[in-house]
Design a protein around this ligand. Structure first.
Ligand SMILES: *Cc1c(COP(=O)(O)O)cnc(C)c1O
Length: 358
């Protein structure tokens, strides 16, 4: 793949904001894009200005949600260079999502090279503030201009990047999580294990209800029995028993296979924890929280890395975990993972790819 790099007028270049990035509302000067058609395959690969698309109102993605995305980050190292964290996993998952949504797959190596090239060009957008990073959002949408219900034949693949601030502004504070008794996110055999926008659209209503009750995230149960814990909005979930055994639900097809989850399993074992992928019955889990056998609960995902859970709400009852304190296991894993990501600790698993910019 030949990537055309469009020269930008120096006067058109914005400078990165100094701080207070928020999440996902500021973007760098450039973006990567390429198009797919059955005749040409992937073509028109370019890195050009971050700019609007012009698409007919009949474009397939607007009607039937044939769309996938990824989320990963670039981290500023103390030596000024930039780390990507297990980006190969994101490239693989992007194609798995594409296959499930009947979309064209992309060459994984070329996809990653395009991201690296984009970051090299916009490297000044990788912040060096503590806990900040450059969020990377690869996306693919169906672009046939027709309303027939079938897989599109043409696609647009693009990557945008933007600085994001530290997830925990007021310190490593636990979040309150609402367990949905009525609504379900995904069912085995459905698309819960694909990173596709519709999964999020379906969850927003419940998320808003949870907010009104004072909870910031929703924990989903399995859709068949409403009995087993699956995951939190954009994070997988882990339970720590007696401070040393970490349990997370197995990937049954309705759970998104998180790269942070996979890293917690591998790193946790390496650090001497017992790590199990086991079904978690919600009633048993809540009883174990109340008896104090579960000492720590945390969500794991790219955005927060590790987010301690301080309280569950289920059927109008509140279940407080570890006195609403984060607990040492969350902090331990958080420090180890972010240590590897930012290059503060040796990368003994070969998880990082360093982009040299100085
Ligand atoms: C992206 C995502 C996750 C977390 O995956 P990571 O690769 O760890 O960022 C978990 N659940 C859902 C539904 C997601 O979309």
């Amino acid at each position: 793949m030949e990537i055309e790099v469009v020269e930008l007028e120096p006067t058109a270049l914005k400078t990165p904001p100094p701080a207070d990035f928020g999440f996902g509302n500021k973007f760098s000067n450039r973006m990567f894009s390429q198009k797919y058609s059955p005749e040409q395959g992937w073509h028109d690969a370019k890195i050009g200005p971050y700019e609007d698309f012009s698409l007919p109102p009949s474009t397939a993605v607007f009607h039937y949600a044939q769309e996938i995305f990824e989320g990963t980050k670039a981290y500023r190292r103390a030596d000024g260079n930039i780390n990507l964290f297990r980006p190969w996993e994101n490239m693989k998952r992007f194609n798995n999502s594409a296959r499930r949504m009947s979309m064209a797959v992309v060459d994984e190596e070329e996809h990653l090279n395009a991201i690296i090239k984009l970051i090299e060009l916009d490297h000044d957008w990788v912040p060096d503030a503590a806990g900040a990073s450059l969020y990377i959002r690869p996306t693919m949408i169906a672009t046939d201009a027709a309303l027939g219900v079938h897989a599109s034949s043409s696609y647009l693949h693009f990557v945008i990047v933007g600085p994001v601030g530290a997830y925990f502004k007021g310190g490593f504070n636990p979040v309150p999580v609402y367990i949905s008794d009525t609504y379900r996110r995904a069912v085995r055999g459905g698309v819960g294990d694909a990173k596709t926008g519709g999964n999020y659209a379906a969850s927003l209503y419940v998320g808003e209800q949870a907010k009104q009750k004072g909870y910031s995230q929703v924990l989903w149960l399995d859709a068949i029995e409403g009995r087993y814990v699956e995951e939190v909005g954009a994070m997988n979930i882990c339970f720590v028993y007696e401070g040393r055994k970490i349990v997370t639900p197995p990937l049954t097809g309705s759970i998104l296979p998180g790269i942070t989850r996979k890293s917690v399993i591998e790193l946790g074992r390496d650090l001497g924890y017992e790590v199990c992928e086991e079904p978690v019955d919600v009633q048993q889990m809540l009883a174990d929280v109340q008896s104090g056998q579960i000492t720590v609960v945390f969500g794991c995902g790219t955005a927060a890395v590790i987010a301690p859970v301080g309280q569950f709400g289920f059927k109008d009852e509140a279940y407080v975990i570890n006195d609403n304190q984060p607990g040492p296991v969350s902090k331990h894993l958080y420090d180890e993972l972010t240590g590897i990501q930012y290059g503060r600790l040796p990368d003994r698993f070969n998880w990082t790819h360093t982009i040299h910019v100085n």
